[in-house]
Design a protein around this ligand. Structure first.
Ligand code: GLN
Length: 619
């Protein structure tokens, strides 16, 4: 642990107690398999034979970029064949898929990695055997000439998230003893797979195999493969999702040499091994694993590395073909404005219209990742019910969207447009890359609107309903106090008396009328315009229109609990609290009536708040 950590109270026991289970599991694997001494360190490249056979490191990287490390996870070793899927991906992105795919096959060979054999078309079987890997290095050499190796080194560094060096001794050793690979190189040139200088191409290949990595590095590289090419630690999009998915494909079919079939059957995680002792395993959408232990079995795969992968897959049931998903878990709430309206307080005639048409505005709040299955389920749920005029999808809790999910969603929007349904999205954080595919597909859809806040979206839809059914909204002026819910039941005389206590105020658009924490010394009755109440610096609690009161909490509290601003030009009758209290004392019956009205208003607000909370838990 880091000695500079400034937490003297945390003793060793409390650290041990806070170990995440996955770290415990990896630690246990490391302890268990440390006693496994089968296999031999590769020595056909003499310098590799110098590796310490007892070195053993494991690292696992999650897709949110957390790095677990156990044992010798920072001991450098040469990457060897673990470089192959990355250079293949690099070739795909550099030369184009058509070119690369016409030169190199993707069928498993069933042969050892160093077999001097091509397929029936005289092309390498796949990019994971030496012939295919050397062909990839040749393609990069064609594109980049003398800069080929540096180009590869930099690309691998982006996968690892750091600059990678070369082990010059291993490079020199392989170069002096690598005639078998030269033989493969000449066979490739004989069949015009390599077109230029075989020596130069083989040199690029030897150097690329001699790049130094650690178990941690290859775990980050694996996690980048598992994350559609975005390095989860650095955040960089290293290669295209196409190249990444094809690299994973050849790892799946041929990554573990002539043990590949057995591997994918038993472990079910795309992987690549190297004679340096590394195994890299990448489980798409889940994790990247790197292990280092130089003792190899007869196929050239690290014995302990295989054990780690097998244990991980078995213990957590991670076989990639043993998956299912619940399509229904992305809807967190589904309701209409009858159940939960916007925070805008409505005048009685508006309330009547909205109550009669509450089914016209449907709100669906979504959560998690929108996938093919989730979006299909949502669209069927929509199709089953009565068709509303407005559908609001609240996406503030949506973390991501797959391309399939985005495509289905866009198709759903087009379908709704055909029925004149207006789709409103809320909660999209702007410029987040996950919305790009959706943005691209919904371009030109005229029935689509966007609101940052769900409540604004609901309010807008409600306004449309009110307009459609003949209710005017902001233009009215209410000069009488008789519409005030707080003053319900008062006689005309009492109302006139109250009115005479106040003064009429005029506010400019945006002007602050009440400030939170200030002494509460008056009540307001809105005569015209719109005001909104918001928590200090925070969310909007209510929008009020003519005929409604605000600051009425002054009857109960000594200080203001929220801010109030005028949305547009507004006028209000301000009644000083002292005069109001004197009025209540002079008319005790009426005073009690007002307090009962206030209790009713607060109870109504509480019911609304409870319904909003409940909507999120009942689904
Ligand atoms: N450089 C090694 C070779 O070509 C790589 C082989 C491997 O890791 N399987 O022999």
């Amino acid at each position: 642990m880091n000695s500079s950590r400034s937490a003297p109270l945390q003793n060793a026991a409390s650290w041990a107690a806070s170990k995440p289970p996955l770290l415990r599991f990896l630690t246990a694997c490391h302890a268990d398999f440390s006693t496994e001494n089968g296999g031999n360190v590769a020595d056909y490249i003499p310098e590799l034979g110098k590796a310490d056979p007892d070195h053993f490191g494991i690292s696992l990287v999650t897709l949110d970029g957390h790095v677990y490390e156990v044992g010798d996870s920072r001991i450098p070793f040469t990457i060897q064949s673990v470089s192959k899927p990355f250079v293949f991906a690099l070739a795909l992105d550099t030369l184009g898929a058509a070119r690369v795919e016409s030169e190199i096959g993707v069928e498993p060979s069933g042969d050892p990695f160093n077999s001097i054999r091509l397929n029936a078309d005289n092309h390498p079987f796949n990019p994971m055997v030496n012939a295919g890997a050397i062909a990839c290095s040749g393609l990069i050499h064609q594109a980049k000439g003398d800069g080929a190796f540096e180009y590869i080194r930099q690309a691998l560094g982006r996968f690892a998230g750091r600059e990678l060096d070369v082990d010059e001794a291993v490079y020199a050793s392989e170069s002096t003893t690598g005639d078998r690979n030269r033989a493969i190189g000449y066979l490739l040139r004989n069949n015009t797979v390599i077109k230029g200088d075989v020596g130069a191409v083989i040199d690029v290949y030897f150097r690329q195999c001699s790049i130094l990595v650690t178990a941690r590095d290859i775990a980050v590289m694996a996690a980048t493969l598992a994350n559609r090419g975005i390095n989860p630690v650095s955040g960089e999009q290293v290669m295209t999702p196409y190249a990444i998915s094809r690299a994973l494909s050849v790892m799946t079919s041929s990554g573990m040499y002539d043990y590949a079939g057995e591997w994918i059957y038993r472990v079910g995680i795309p992987a690549k091994s190297g004679v340096g002792g590394g195994i890299l395993a990448a489980l798409p959408a889940r994790l990247g694993l790197g292990s280092y232990s130089p003792r190899l079995d007869s196929h050239g795969n690290s014995v302990r590395g295989i054990k780690v992968c097998e244990a991980l897959s078995l213990h957590y049931d991670l076989h990639m073909l043993n998956r299912s998903d619940d399509a229904r878990n992305s809807i967190i709430a589904d309701y209409n404005i009858g159940k939960s309206a916007s925070r805008r307080s409505r005048r009685p005639h508006e309330q009547k219209i909205l109550a009669a048409h509450h089914q016209d505005v449907r709100i669906i709040e979504l959560v998690g990742t929108l996938t093919f299955s989730n979006v299909d389920y949502i669209s069927r749920r929509l199709a089953a019910g009565p068709r509303p005029h407005f559908i609001i999808f609240d996406l503030r809790r949506v973390a991501a969207m797959t391309r399939a999910g985005a495509r289905l969603l866009a198709e759903g929007f087009h379908e709704l447009a055909a029925f004149n349904v207006t789709v409103i999205l809320s909660g999209i954080k702007h410029s987040s890359p996950q919305w790009e595919p959706l943005g691209e597909w919904v371009k030109g859809t005229s029935n689509l609107r966007n609101y940052h806040l769900l409540d604004d979206a609901i309010e807008w839809a409600e306004d449309q309903i009110v307009y459609r059914h003949g209710g005017a909204i902001d233009s009215v002026e209410v000069t009488e106090l008789s519409e005030q819910a707080l003053l319900a039941g008062l006689t005309a005389e009492e109302l006139a008396r109250l009115a005479s206590l106040g003064a009429i105020r005029t506010y400019q658009p945006g002007q602050q009328i009440i400030a939170a924490a200030q002494p509460a010394v008056s009540l307001f009755f809105l005569r015209s315009g719109v005001v909104h109440v918001r928590l200090h610096g925070g969310m909007r609690l209510a929008t009020l229109t003519a005929g409604m009161a605000f600051g009425e909490m002054a009857l109960l509290e000594t200080h203001r609990s929220a801010d109030v601003f005028a949305d547009g030009p507004a006028t209000a009758l301000e009644v000083p609290l002292r005069d109001f209290e004197r009025f209540r004392e002079a008319h005790p019956r009426t005073g009690e009536r007002i307090m009962r009205n206030l209790a009713q208003l607060l109870a109504d607000r509480l019911i609304v708040a409870n319904t909003k909370v409940n909507l999120l838990t009942e689904n």
